[in-house]
Design a protein around this ligand. Structure first.
Ligand code: HEM
Length: 284
């Protein structure tokens, strides 16, 4: 294999050498697609297989998109700079699952292009999904050296900040589509807020336990607030009752706790990293 082609492989670094980190991410990111293919091939889906696959691909698109936002905060906390190698892979995988999601929906609509067009224009949750998809396509198309050269570093950074908007719209699309149970939408929305809170913390604060734990607490409280507001607005359940449900662990652990747990786990990493880094290196 020529070295130029080798450098383009999803498991090699820019010099064309095998990167175990990239390989592990490549396998992990391909696994849901392989699983969905098996579900379809061996008839493991419900009597509405297309709906199942539309949902699964949408779920994975959004999960991976949220995970891609975690790369920068994790680098900041752990100083494991090699993580940058997988950020693009995460973004492209999110685009891949989104395009699969949209393509499956078009199949489900029997390729009736006029209906597809008007549905996307008139049904608000689909319009929101469409805007997010278009943003992801532009981000994917400009995520390479060609994109940086064409746009210039400053514009490229501006365009790539759309990742937040595209993720926010993806979360909104999920909320608008959900009927009764919004648990996963709330968890993903909460993790999105957590990633944003860590970004703010990164601008103003040191990567230390207490500021990071503070950002985790704020994100968890916001998550509980969003969940209570959603149920309050879409059902007749009172906001305070949904908020109190966070303290009842009989049936499930509410999304706010998951967000808090992830946030505190990341904050704890900062302690281990501080211990593992000798003083001189830390000062430097
Ligand atoms: C043109 C763009 C899009 C279209 C036409 C579209 C279409 C749909 C449809 C029809 C559903 C409902 C499936 C059902 O329950 O019957 C859905 C759900 C969903 N979509 Fe999209 N979508 C688009 C973009 C996106 C994007 C950009 C994301 C995220 C990055 C996304 C993530 C999701 C998620 C998470 C669900 C909920 C899945 C579940 O209920 O478990 N979609 N989408």
């Amino acid at each position: 294999m020529s070295s130029t082609i080798a450098a383009w492989m999803p498991w090699t670094d820019r010099a064309g050498r095998l990167s175990w980190l990239k390989l592990a991410f490549f396998v992990g990111l391909a696994a849901p697609a392989v699983w969905m293919f098996c579900e379809w091939r061996f008839d493991w889906l419900s009597p509405r297989p297309r709906t199942d696959l539309i949902r699964e691909s949408g779920d994975w698109a959004l999960r991976i998109l949220v995970a891609s936002l975690a790369v920068t905060p994790l680098r900041f906390v752990t100083k494991f700079n090699k993580l940058i190698l997988v950020r693009r892979a995460l973004g492209l995988a999110a685009l891949f699952y989104t395009l699969g999601h949209v393509a499956l929906w078009c199949v489900d609509e029997n390729y009736e292009w006029a209906t597809i067009f008007w549905e996307m224009m008139l049904r608000m949750f689909l319009t929101v999904g469409l805007v997010s998809t278009l943003m992801l396509v532009i981000l994917g198309a400009t995520s390479n050296d060609w994109g940086i050269k064409k746009l210039g570093a400053k514009n490229w950074n501006r365009v790539h900040a759309w990742t937040y908007a595209a993720t926010g719209l993806g979360v909104l699309h999920y909320f608008m589509e959900s009927k009764l149970d919004v648990t996963e939408a709330v968890v993903l929305g909460g993790l999105f807020m957590l990633a944003m809170a860590f970004r703010v913390a990164r601008k103003w604060l040191q990567p230390r336990f207490f500021p990071l734990a503070g950002a985790a607490v704020v994100s968890a409280l916001l998550t509980a607030g969003v969940e209570a507001f959603y149920y309050g607005a879409s059902t007749r359940v009172s906001v305070s009752r949904v908020l109190w449900a966070n303290l009842d662990f009989t049936y499930s652990i509410r999304p706010a706790w998951w967000v808090l747990a992830v946030g505190i786990a990341v904050a704890l990493l900062s302690i281990f990293r501080a211990r593992a880094t000798p003083n001189a290196a830390r000062k430097r």
